[in-house]
Design a protein around this ligand. Structure first.
Ligand code: AMP
Length: 287
């Protein structure tokens, strides 16, 4: 594996005679990230990954400074997983001048759910992702379904900007008890870690209640109350259209247009974001 810091070193290291697969990350890698590398490895002759904690997507009160930075371990894991080129720019390499040009994603996708509670987050994400795409020139890119709304927005950006890139969305890797793997799980104390799986279990319960025909409004209310009673601070727990994240009003929730089609493709997604102690976790479940 070649490790490079600058855009020009990167450009001379990526082998464009092969299919280039790209996995952007913020580091502190776990098995979920490595699933993305394995998928890229299956389909690409040259696998590129990046590690960059992107200041643009953090609000001033968020965890940019304390975000776990574990470069040496990450680099060993990437090499073992078969990554060919690791791009790990310093801030001054990626943003040598203030990044005045930014990508504004459409509000109907980016100002809801995560975007409502983290204003500007997806603008920061789209800006860095488009810039990384311009540096790497990948044929395929790999994103996790764990960040469901993020993957959807990047997919739309690729399509609306006519980028010659294929998006691959990789299933969420979970711990044995069901907790979605996340770099932020490392912030949890032992009791918080034991409690953290409740977010996933609540999403599972929402899915079951939906299948039993309960109204979406009631399901969402009960889910919030369940977590709040256990000491969580909930941002949202909701069931949306898996296609475009629009809300399901009660009259359309169970009608045929939203039911899984013959090919058994998913129609709905339960999404949740909630805080246990100081740690904010997100998860989702498609059905
Ligand atoms: P991050 O380093 O958190 O920005 O994540 C980098 C990429 O890994 C994103 O595409 C995430 O969606 C993906 N990812 C993070 N956690 C998981 C997980 N548990 N399973 C699958 N993909 C994940």
């Amino acid at each position: 594996m070649i490790t490079v810091r600058t855009i020009s070193q990167l450009r001379s290291s990526v082998d464009h005679s092969k299919v280039v697969g790209f996995v952007p990350t913020m580091g502190n890698l776990h098995a979920g990230h490595l699933d993305l590398i394995s998928r890229a490895k299956q389909h690409s002759g040259c696998v590129v990954s990046s590690i960059f904690v992107n200041r643009l997507q953090f609000a001033p009160h968020e965890d940019f400074d304390s975000y776990p930075r574990t470069f040496i371990e990450d680099s060993k894991k990437l090499e073992a997983a078969g990554c060919d080129v690791l791009f790990a720019p310093r801030e001054e390499d990626l943003y040598p001048v203030p990044q005045g040009f930014q990508v504004s994603p459409p509000e109907e996708l980016a100002d809801i759910l995560e975007g409502e509670f983290r204003p500007g987050f997806f603008k920061g994400v789209c800006t860095v992702v488009l810039k990384l795409f311009n540096c790497v020139h990948p044929n395929r890119v790999y994103f996790g379904r764990k960040d469901y709304q993020q993957a959807m927005i990047i997919d739309h950006m690729i399509s609306q900007m006519a980028l010659p890139i294929e998006m691959v969305k990789v299933p969420t890797r979970r711990e044995v008890d069901g907790l979605a793997m996340s770099s932020r799980n490392g912030y949890l104390s032992d009791p918080e870690r034991a409690e953290a799986v409740q977010l996933y279990l609540t999403l599972c319960q929402m899915r079951e209640s939906f299948k039993e025909g309960k109204s979406v409004a009631l399901i969402e209310q009960e889910a919030m109350q369940h977590l709040q009673a256990r000491g969580w601070k909930t941002d949202y727990l909701t069931i949306r259209s898996a296609l475009d994240l629009t809300a399901l009003d009660q009259s359309t929730a169970h009608n045929a247009t939203h039911l899984p089609d013959k090919n058994n493709t998913v129609s709905f997604v339960a999404l949740g974001a909630a805080r246990i102690g100081k740690t904010r976790l997100i998860d989702n479940l498609e059905f």
